[in-house]
Design a protein around this ligand. Structure first.
Ligand code: IPE
Ligand code: IPE
Ligand code: MG
Length: 249
């Protein structure tokens, strides 16, 4: 292994291991603009975006981040041209198949959140296979938001809670924040400490509306396919400069 690679594999010396975010969430944006800038079709940006995601997952695992959640496809992204949507669905399926063994070997525990039932059957099958194959892994918790919308997630939780009340299994007074959280897709992970968005857009685009209540937000102009370890280092460094007050003084 080259000296350069081994240095990159370690947590950079200016980061405090004790104060790393436990959970990092990423809105991976700018694939299309990255491709356009290179004179390539948008889909090439998506291909490169998947490589960037693989690198970030490895990096998080190397540096000791416990959970990574990434936004791969929103409930609004169905509104894109059919051929782009079809390309993305088959890209997800193919990459999942291709990368599964590496994730198994590297201890990654993968999970998908969103309205998965509306995804193509063959993608759903690949998702189930990857979740089952990694369920006992003890490494990083890697969550992929696919056909995910924060509002949709909250509405499905409200509906499930209403059903419990209707069936007499739950009293309205028992509905508090902890109970509500337990009905969200992310019931089993802590809320993100750090939310990163690439490509300079200053918006949330319906991502983890409940969970990011107190996340630190970091926005970089870099397009997602160019987001590398150096960029992630900058984001973590910025995060460690913040003072998280949670409403206190
Ligand atoms: C993010 O990149 C990937 C998905 C939303 C699937 P975009 O495809 O949104 O790229 P831009 O924002 O058009 O550049
Ligand atoms: C957010 O990016 C969704 C994903 C990254 C999957 P978009 O490109 O869809 O968001 P908008 O349209 O710029 O808000
Ligand atoms: Mg975009």
């Amino acid at each position: 292994m080259s000296a350069k690679l081994s240095v990159l594999q370690q947590l950079p010396a200016d980061l405090d291991r004790e104060r790393l975010p436990k959970h990092v969430a990423v809105i991976m944006d700018g694939n299309g603009r990255w491709a356009k800038r290179q004179g390539l079709p948008r889909i090439m940006g998506h291909r490169r975006g998947v490589s960037a995601l693989k690198d970030l997952l490895r990096c998080c695992n190397d540096w000791g981040i416990q959970a990574l959640t990434t936004y791969a496809f929103s409930t609004e992204n169905w509104g894109r041209p059919l051929e782009e949507v079809d390309f993305l669905m088959s890209l997800f399926e193919g990459k999942l198949r291709q990368e599964l063994q590496d994730m198994v070997d590297e201890g990654v525990k993968i999970k998908f959140i969103g309205n998965l039932a509306a995804l193509p059957q063959s993608l759903q099958a690949e998702i189930e296979r990857s979740v089952a194959a990694t369920q006992d892994n003890q490494g990083i918790r890697f969550t992929v938001a696919t056909n995910y919308g924060g509002r949709q997630e909250i509405v499905q939780a409200a509906r499930a809670i209403a059903l419990q009340v209707q069936e007499g299994k739950l009293q309205p007074e028992e509905i508090d924040e902890a109970l509500f959280k337990s009905y969200l897709y992310t019931a089993d992970v802590c809320d993100p400490d750090l939310l990163i968005r690439t490509s300079g857009e200053m918006r949330i685009s319906n991502f983890m509306l409940w969970q990011i209540a107190y996340a630190e937000i970091y926005i970089t102009d870099t397009f997602w396919p160019d987001f590398d370890r150096a960029e992630f280092h900058r984001a973590l460094y910025a995060y460690q400069q913040r003072s998280r007050r949670f409403g206190k003084v």
